[in-house]
Design a protein around this ligand. Structure first.
Ligand code: AMP
Ligand code: ZN
Ligand code: FE
Ligand code: FE
Length: 284
């Protein structure tokens, strides 16, 4: 199957709002999407769909086609794997249950991470991190902790927080307790959605890629942020050979990741329409 990507139709299916670690509200994301002439949008917050109660009516008002989305944290043999879910039923118990489970697991991980920072003389609490955000995020992540460290003047950039303290393998890092890839795919499927392997080029374990791709995904994210089309092609080819769906998105976070502008990558009309039909079926 040939995957056509035309600039005539662009649906950005990977964006984050302030319900996770993005800096914009759902309404601001819709306005930005319209301003950038996007033909479709999905907000894929980390482990939460809380943006949708405000997003659905606002996108309707602005005539912006929308599909349900989420980015769920998983891992394989200790390697973090992000899985995108699309078109699923938003209120489905399997989505609600995985969001709740992730919230509990994140709380425990964040607590451990903060305790390590405390041992270094940085007296931070999760409550303090949360209080820094005018709109409290539904899922607290390392980028929020990085912002708190920046606010304290402990470091001078978000990047430094990761490279010195909370990045993988750094002195205050502890891995998250995550569901398996199978569990995440199963929860998305139960809610009637498609499970897509997010940004496969970012997986830092080449020897595990074949095993990871052996899982029952429906597709992968072949176009991502400002990744060059040449590199993108590798993943597009892999997906095509498996008969998988290919999606694309910017992974827009606003100020949190300033180098990834909205609409820098996108999904084509055929794929978006397929996902939109699924979403509409699951709305009732
Ligand atoms: P968490 O899910 O709480 O472990 O946080 C993971 C998020 O932190 C990822 O989605 C990235 O957006 C961000 N992140 C991870 N590593 C880095 C890094 N080295 N620099 C900046 N952001 C990072
Ligand atoms: Zn993020
Ligand atoms: Fe991700
Ligand atoms: Fe993301």
């Amino acid at each position: 199957m040939k995957y056509e990507l035309s600039p005539m139709f662009k649906a950005d299916l990977h964006t984050h709002s302030y319900f996770s670690d993005g800096s914009f509200s759902p309404e601001e994301l819709v306005d930005l999407a319209v301003k950038n002439s996007l033909n479709g949008l999905s907000i894929t917050d980390h482990d939460t769909t809380d943006a949708y109660s405000r997003l659905i009516p606002y996108a309707k008002e602005k005539n912006l086609p929308l599909i349900s989305g989420i980015e769920i944290s998983s891992s394989y043999k200790g390697v973090p794997i992000h899985i995108l879910g699309y078109g699923f039923k938003l209120s489905h118990p399997s989505i609600i249950s995985i969001e709740e489970m992730q919230k509990k697991r994140r709380f425990v991980r964040n607590q451990g991470l903060i305790e390590r920072l405390n041992k270094k003389g940085i007296d931070l609490t999760q409550e303090e991190v949360l209080s820094l955000f005018p709109h409290p995020p539904s899922q607290l992540g390392r980028p929020h902790i990085a912002k708190a460290l920046l606010n304290r003047g402990v470091i001078s950039s978000i990047q430094e927080a990761f490279s010195r303290y909370i990045g993988e393998g750094k002195s205050c890092y502890i891995p998250s307790i995550t569901p398996t890839i199978e569990e995440v795919i199963d929860h998305i499927h139960q809610a009637g959605g498609l499970a897509i392997l997010a940004h496969p080029h970012l997986i830092r374990a080449n020897h595990l890629i074949t095993n990871i791709l052996d899982h029952p995904f429906d597709g992968l994210e072949g176009y991502y942020g400002t990744l060059s089309p040449k590199k993108d092609q590798k993943w597009v080819n892999i997906a095509s050979s498996k008969g998988w769906t290919i999606t694309g998105g910017s992974d827009f976070h606003g100020d949190t990741k300033p180098n990834q502008p909205i609409a820098s990558s996108w999904t084509n009309m055929t794929t978006f329409t397929l996902l939109e039909e699924k979403f509409n079926e699951n709305l009732s």
